[in-house]
Design a binder for this molecule. Structure first.
Ligand code: PAD
Ligand code: ZN
Ligand code: ZN
Length: 375
């Protein structure tokens, strides 16, 4: 029997309060309104950004449904939706693309100005929530909310993908892989023969490594305080592994020495303001480029010597790897299907959705790269 137009009762992992474990509860998901799409989630990855929200480091209103790295199938669509239809396999987009605003129309921009990726209202663009728990509305997160059997997103925040794509793998194209890979090949535009340094070798950092390697970097230095991350990093293209704990001096000094003057490209993929400043200082003073990928705590400030930029370094940031999400995600999925890159090394754990708290523990204890939750 069709569920279109009806309220769906389903299971969701709800965060009732900051710093608390997820509660698996039954919620109600209202039908999509005009220009909205209701999606049955098939698989969702656990990204550090979700954990930043749980810990309160990244502000988001509670109670909430987190999760933003997923693949699913369209259950029903609201009035006026033209780009997807029921039954389509899709990836929800935490960076929406309306296709009509000045940013969406600009070839260099990927952050829509009509539907901001940074919106923290916790509501749909028209101002209300589609999620209800015990009669009260729940907030959404990052335009997506994927830790639930069903979610509703705006049409600008969903992309149709190849029907044959395996959801338990391509869910990573919804965030971690695309962010890291794009930061290297699109935002930094890493050149063949260059030297790169990647700070943080988690799911996103290892995807930066893959991007640097694909772009032809000849030396890729991986920096992490967890030495257990080094074996996989080497497998994916890291040529030198550096643990800041092994040195008495600042890591930027170590890297400048190792590279005889600084790396061509550095990437901060941790989310700490100190390592952002260190990554900037670790790139070559005349022509080095440093890219901030990690999400710093809400309202934090970075302190750095302006001389670092005065001499010629370039400091950039990259949200979702600089991709215009709605048009890039289907292409990235096609590239995956054509075996242009692999996602397997990033997926260290697969768990049933109910074990979401276990999945977060694996991330917090540094034991996982990506855990994919299956519904
Ligand atoms: P992760 O926790 O899997 O990886 C972070 C890595 O950094 C771990 O291996 C840690 O051991 C390592 N680390 C921690 N502290 C230090 C330190 N002081 N020096 C060196 N290494 C350290 O996270 P992830 O890969 O899922 O995400 C990484 C960051 O990227 C995180 O801040 C997340 O919020 C952000 C992110 N940004 C975007 C975007 O669009 N820019 C998208 C997705 C994630
Ligand atoms: Zn993410
Ligand atoms: Zn737009």
């Amino acid at each position: 029997m069709s569920t279109a137009g009806k309220v769906i009762k389903c299971k969701a992992a709800v965060c009732l309060e900051v710093k608390k474990p997820f509660s698996i509860v039954e919620i109600e998901v209202a039908p999509p309104k005009a220009h909205e799409v209701r999606i049955k989630i098939l698989a969702t990855g656990i990204c550090r950004t979700d954990d930043h929200a749980v810990s309160g480091s990244l502000y988001t209103p509670f109670p909430t449904i987190l999760g933003h790295e997923a693949a699913g199938v369209v259950e029903s669509v609201g009035e006026g939706v033209t780009s997807v239809k029921p039954g389509d396999k899709v990836i929800p987009l935490f960076v929406p693309q309306c296709g009509e605003c000045s940013s969406c129309l600009h070839p260099k921009a990927n952050l829509c100005s009509r539907h901001s990726f940074a919106d923290v209202s916790g509501m749909m663009p028209e101002g209300t929530s589609r999620f209800t728990y015990k009669g009260k509305p729940l907030h959404r997160f990052a335009s997506t909310s994927t830790f639930t059997e069903y979610t509703v997103v705006h049409e600008s925040a969903v992309a149709k993908i190849d029907a044959a794509a395996p959801p338990e793998k391509v869910c990573l194209i919804g965030c971690g892989f695309s962010t890291g890979y794009g930061s290297a090949i699109k935002t930094a535009q890493v050149e063949p023969g260059s030297t790169c340094a990647v700070f943080g070798l988690g799911g996103v950092g290892l995807s930066v490594v893959m991007g640097c390697k694909a772009a032809g970097a000849s030396r890729i230095i991986g920096v992490d305080i967890n030495k257990d991350k080094f074996a996989k990093a080497k497998e994916l293209g890291v040529t030198d592994c550096v643990n800041p704990k092994d040195f008495d001096k600042p890591i930027q000094d170590v890297l400048v020495e190792m590279t005889k003057g600084g790396a061509d490209y550095t990437f901060e993929v941790i989310g700490h303001t100190e390592t952002m400043a260190a990554a900037l200082a670790a790139c070559q003073m005349n022509y080095g480029t440093s890219v901030i990928v990690g999400v710093a705590p809400t309202s934090s400030k970075v302190s750095f010597d302006p001389m670092l930029l005065f001499t010629g370094r370039t400091w950039k940031g990259s949200v979702f790897g600089g991709w215009k999400a709605k048009e890039a995600v289907p292409k990235l999925v096609s590239d995956f299907m054509a075996k242009k890159f692999t996602l397997d090394p990033l997926i260290t754990h697969t768990l049933p959705f109910d074990k979401i708290n276990e999945g977060f523990e694996l991330l917090r204890t540094g034991k996982s790269i990506r855990t994919v939750l299956l519904f």
